[in-house]
Design a binder for this molecule. Sequence first.
Ligand code: G3I
Length: 390
Amino acid sequence: MARSRGRHRTLTSVAGSLALLVGTVLVGAGAPAQAQPPPTLRELAAAQGLHLGAAVAGPPTLADPTYREVLTREFSMGTSENDMKWGPIHPAPDTYAFANADAQAALLADNAMAMRGHNLAWHMQNPDWLTSGTWTRDEAIGLLEDHIDAVAGRYAGRIVEWDVVNEAVGLGDDPWPNPWSASIGYPDYLDVAFHRARLADPSAQLFYNDFGIELANPRADAVYDLVRGMVGRGVPIDGVGFQAHLSVDSCPTPTSCTDGLLTEMARYEALGLQVSITELDVAIPLPADADELARQADVYRQVVLACLWAPNCDTVVLWGVSDAHSWIPGFRPGWGAALLLDEQYQPKPAYDAVAALLADPPALPAPTTTVPASPTTVAPAAQVTPAFTG
Ligand code: G3I
């Protein structure tokens, strides 16, 4: 079920506004004038009731004091970028390697940050012992359930959202091949995974997570159909993660991405589901020039605005802390500069755009009401059209 995030946002907005007001009054009441540091993104997001997160690196990056300081200062949530995936955390049939994920969870807890879990079933970063084995359906169900018990169980109570299944839908008509679709069957393995995750961590919100589903396209429809089927079967799913790996050209007009995202988010809201932006980044061909950085800033603004406006979105996670910690250059040669901070942790135009938006977000435009043209025109009821054109 979708969370009552309107209430969460209203309360935290009031608290945030009061805090800012008190600060202003105290400064105005005669305290010695001191240059106040600008509010951090974390503070600005909290005032809007928004979780703003980042993918968290493993060692050695996690040990870097500057990295830790920026991560905990600017973000209120973290996700293990790699260390909760099957390969890193379950390297041998009877061996779990929790040290990296434990260190990330501890850093987040010590800094009052929320944690998303990523992920419990995927086609990538699986251990060789799993992918090279031949499993009967029952054996595979046992493996998947034992893994979920061990991993989701270990972090139970700490994870606000789990990506239970990642990228199950293929690029064509077939499901994406993975050990689970091959041995358990599709979509049965998703049902198995979600039911087990609910048992292993009853307080976590359970998400299906995928890429390229933020804006209308046939694959977004295929994912919607999959999720609607799960809801229809009574599978315990709470939300859908829109990864949002975008590029500088993703939003051709100043409203196209906000409008498109709101449309996609609305149909999940109608199913009673939450949507989170789970892996946001905006890639630019390198070297990035000033015009591209400005257009990148607008893509970020549009995505964050959609989450602020959607009643069923309260989480935006970036896929990395700074441009020094982004998967893009390694996987998409010639592209990069995809995050809010540059490789030296300096704010980019996109950082300033997100900060300005969070400091003073525009109100969701009121629905337009079509008034009858004349007294003789018979209208059955006022027609309400959404006006997501911010
Ligand atoms: O840690 C090992 C290291 O021990 C080894 O020496 C080295 C040799 O290549 O590999 C290291 O692991 C790499 C890992 O990143 C950590 O750096 C893997 O090879 C590499 O494949 C892995 O890439 C990750 C990718 O998922 C593949 O799983 C990226 O960092 C990570 O950002 C990316 O994240 C995915 C999300 O999970 C799902 N959505 C898409 C997103 C981007 O691809």
